[in-house]
Design a protein around this ligand. Structure first.
Ligand code: TMP
Ligand code: ASP
Length: 236
């Protein structure tokens, strides 16, 4: 399958058309940004890590009954996916306090929650991706009540699948962000990516941060950490 016209360039990926209108090619970049693009850098090898890891996890999630956009990996950094219209929502599940949750509510990082906590941000860089609730999503006409119910159900299921998977690799899934899209027939599927860019993963023994917080917070060993996470995900 050949790359056609570039349809979109985001901060970490490019999306290309193919000669099949139902399929796109996603191409992962080494570019890294944080704080809504204010901090910029390169994480050498990130594109390959995120592409490979995302595909392994999407395959797992698909087998567990949550439909995803994944079709097949084409190369180290390119993947064939189903063409979807993405809901402009970042769906975030938190198992343990960290990041913007800790900052917003003034609590320490590392406090486990009694049950997984779901929140959404509106994907809008100009507005700084504001938090948004179910009623706001419906008021803005972004998704119907039924669609939101499906998104919530799938997100919690993804959390269960990934928490178990990462635990087996010696990693605690603290929180993560996923995105969903709609196929032309209305089917809702998981899209975008699952990677150290979009998850917080802490080493089960040392509590070391094994994710993009190493870049966001200048913690060092950024490239090495991405490689280590991929090696664990691959079971190496
Ligand atoms: P937060 O604590 O900064 O809100 O991040 C929650 C989770 O979402 C964390 O695992 C990182 C991920 N995330 C993204 O994937 N993209 C983003 O733009 C942001 C801000 C967070
Ligand atoms: N990807 C986001 C950005 O640049 C933020 C983040 O992941 O922290 O803005």
């Amino acid at each position: 399958m050949e790359k056609g016209r570039q349809l979109y360039e985001g901060k970490a990926k490019k999306v290309y058309a193919t000669d099949d209108p139902a399929l796109y090619i996603v191409s992962y970049k080494d570019d890294a940004t944080a704080f809504n693009g204010e901090k910029k850098g390169t994480i050498v090898g990130k594109g390959v890590v995120n592409n490979t890891m995302s595909n392994i996890i999407f395959a797992l999630i698909g087998e567990a009954g949550v439909p995803t956009h994944f079709v097949r990996q084409l190369s180290d950094s390119d993947t064939l996916v189903k063409a979807v219209t993405i809901f402009p929502l970042e769906v975030i599940i938190r198992n343990v306090s960290a990041g913007s949750f800790s900052k917003r509510y003034g609590v320490a990082e590392g406090i486990p929650f009694a049950k997984p906590t779901l929140e959404y941000s509106l994907k809008n860089d100009d507005l700084g991706d504001p938090l948004i609730n179910d009623d706001h999503v419906m008021a803005l006409g972004l998704a119907s009540e039924d669609e939101l119910a499906t998104v919530r159900k799938y997100a919690h299921r993804v959390n269960e699948i990934m928490s178990r998977f990462f635990l087996d690799k010696g990693l605690r899934l603290i929180d993560f962000k996923i995105e969903f899209g709609r196929l032309p027939d209305g089917t809702i599927i998981l899209a975008d990516e699952v990677s150290p860019d979009t998850c917080r993963l802490w080493d089960i023994k040392t509590n070391e941060k094994m994710d993009k917080d190493r870049f966001r917070r200048d913690l060092g060993k950024v490239e090495e950490t991405y490689q280590e996470v991929l090696a664990r995900v691959k079971g190496e």
